[in-house]
Ligand binder design. Structure first.
Ligand SMILES: NC(=O)c1ccc[n+]([C@@H]2O[C@H](COP(=O)([O-])OP(=O)(O)OC[C@H]3O[C@@H](n4cnc5c(N)ncnc54)[C@H](OP(=O)(O)O)[C@@H]3O)[C@@H](O)[C@H]2O)c1
Length: 285
């Protein structure tokens, strides 16, 4: 089987590339395309790569992920990459049997519910990034051989992530302020990548929510990472409403993983185990 990864230099794309190699997929059967190799905004580029490489599976990870910039300064770019790029991929494969794994986000929801978000819960993105991903989902849904995977709070792949940023901050701060009212599930990139490959090898198409198990606030997540890393910096709770941010963010990002169970897939490990594993890795660096 041949695998194309878009956005392969990003946190998740890079991890999928590594996981494919770990399970023994041959070099020649993986095209890990970074933005230089494949800019998804250009249909001709997408079509050419699909026609020449002829993948069996596409992991579409490429995205403009800067939530703040998407809101105002780079709104057009967010639409061009997240919506336009996804349209280009779906158009390029519409007459093929290629499986498409599209990575989406908890930000398609407004986070105002008191319950877990199910795969068919009402979507109502609060920010432009979430809206572009939600519109892209609608395009992907029209393609039969597709998996839409909503995930959240990814950490532990290459590049920067929330935990790593907070560890960096601790180096020259005795105290950090972190929001305590955003609740969700951290997602360890190696665990997610491995599950995405399992999905892609199946024909159980549809929408999935995939994160590590358990729910935690952002501030408690930082406390947990600091504990595993023996960092003394104090974590103070603040409210999301006190932040000077152009983009609104959902407070409840708790996703139900029922569709994984319904399709006989295993759930990912609990986030505590994942954060501990990641912190051990950070310590060894
Ligand atoms: N990180 C999270 O917590 C999170 C949560 C939910 C969902 N997701 C979704 O998961 C996927 C992977 O996220 P990630 O954390 O790996 O993000 P990331 O590290 O920002 O990776 C995205 C990659 O896409 C590339 N890219 C941007 N514009 C492109 C274009 N026009 N053509 C091709 N590639 C382009 C970026 O390259 P440059 O950096 O060079 O621009 C980057 O390498 C995304 O679809 C994201 O929406 C992420």
């Amino acid at each position: 089987m041949k695998f194309l990864i878009t956005g392969a230099a990003g946190q998740l794309g890079n991890q999928i590339n590594q996981e494919l190699r770990l399970i023994g997929v041959d070099d020649h059967d993986i095209l890990a395309a970074d933005k230089k190799a494949l800019d998804v905004r250009y249909y001709d580029q997408v079509k050419k790569v699909v026609d020449v490489f002829q993948p069996d599976v596409i992991f579409h990870c490429a995205a403009f992920t800067d939530v703040e910039a998407s809101e105002k300064i780079k709104r057009d770019l967010a639409y061009e990459v997240n919506l336009g790029g996804t349209k280009n991929i779906v158009n390029a494969i519409k007459d093929t049997n290629i499986k498409l794994v599209f990575i989406s986000t908890d930000y398609v929801f407004d986070g105002k519910s008191q319950d877990l978000y199910e795969i068919d819960s009402h979507k109502n993105p609060l920010n432009v990034y979430g809206l572009t991903k939600s519109l892209a989902e609608d395009i992907v849904l029209e393609y039969k051989r597709s998996f839409i995977v909503r995930t959240a709070w990814i950490f532990g792949g290459s590049g920067h992530n929330f935990i790593e940023k907070m560890v960096e901050l601790s180096k020259d701060h005795n105290k950090v302020y972190v929001v305590c009212d955003q609740i969700g599930s951290p997602t360890y990139a190696p665990h997610l990548a491995s599950m995405l490959i399992k999905l892609a090898l199946s024909d159980k198409y549809g929408i999935y929510h995939i994160t590590n198990e358990g729910f935690i606030s952002r501030s408690d997540l930082v406390r947990l990472a600091y504990k595993y890393l023996n960092i003394d910096t104090k974590v103070s709770d603040i409210l999301t409403s006190s932040l000077q941010s152009s983009a609104s963010r959902p407070l409840n990002a708790c996703l139900s993983k029922q569709s994984l169970l319904d399709n006989n897939f295993e759930l990912l490990a609990h986030y505590e185990q994942a954060v501990e594993e990641y912190c051990k890795k950070l310590k060894r660096r």
